[in-house]
Design a protein around this ligand. Sequence first.
Ligand code: PAF
Length: 292
Amino acid sequence: MELIRTVKAMQARADARRRAGQTLALIPTMGALHAGHLALIEAARAHGDHLTVSVFVNPTQFGPGEDFDQYPRRLEQDMKALEDLGGVDVVFAPSVEEMYPGGQDRQRVWVDVEQLDAHLCGRYRPGHFKGVVTVVAKLFLSCKPHAAVFGLKDAQQFVILRRLSRDLLFGVEVVGVPTVREPDGLALSSRNVYLSPAQRAQAVVLSQAVTAARRLVEQGEQRVEGLVQTMLNVMGQAPDAHVQYAEVVDVETLQPLDRIAPGQDVLAAVAVFFGKTRLIDNAFVRAPGGGV
Ligand code: PAF
């Protein structure tokens, strides 16, 4: 496994592998790797025979007052976990200067997102998805993958990055991998380490809320107001949970719905603060009916 620090060296490596006829898969991460990331890497094996894991805590996707400075950085530990897992060819871990030459404040050209960031997390994190799509575009241009693998826990990010590849003609296959969960249902996240034991115990309400919504949709519930209320009721059982949103949206447009149509694919999603720690969870679900 090779550690590559510069864009130029990464591009040279990707070009050489492509010339040798290999299929390249990229697993973009911000490090602090956990079992959820390892599942992404396992899934990536089906999409490429040369695997690159990028580790880069991207400053431009953190808003003012968010946890950029505190975000866990532990490249040595991450490298060890990847060595133990095996089968990763390259870790691409550039510096901020490498990805934003001259500093992020000097960058004048960005990739922007229309409409898809108006709801869910985008509504509360202005500029977040602009930072995400811009850095992922840079990662695509550096690592030149045929496929890139992302967790479906970040559902809005996944939907937007699929459009990034399609709308800007990157031609990268954007693959989504189901969320990995603790035994009680809590979605794995690098931010779970911030939770106190009491908050950790209560955090199970996120998965309970989206599971309750998913079951109701599967049973034929079409009225979104009732689904949202159910999610709020479930999360209301956690005294320290401050709900930021509970929404049911269309999976392609990410527009909130009043009523779910038969056969429609929807996303039930929640974001909750425990103290300063913000957690998200979601469930993708297809409504029954709608023909074949
Ligand atoms: O999901 C993440 O870890 C990040 O948003 C990503 C895709 C690596 C971009 O910085």
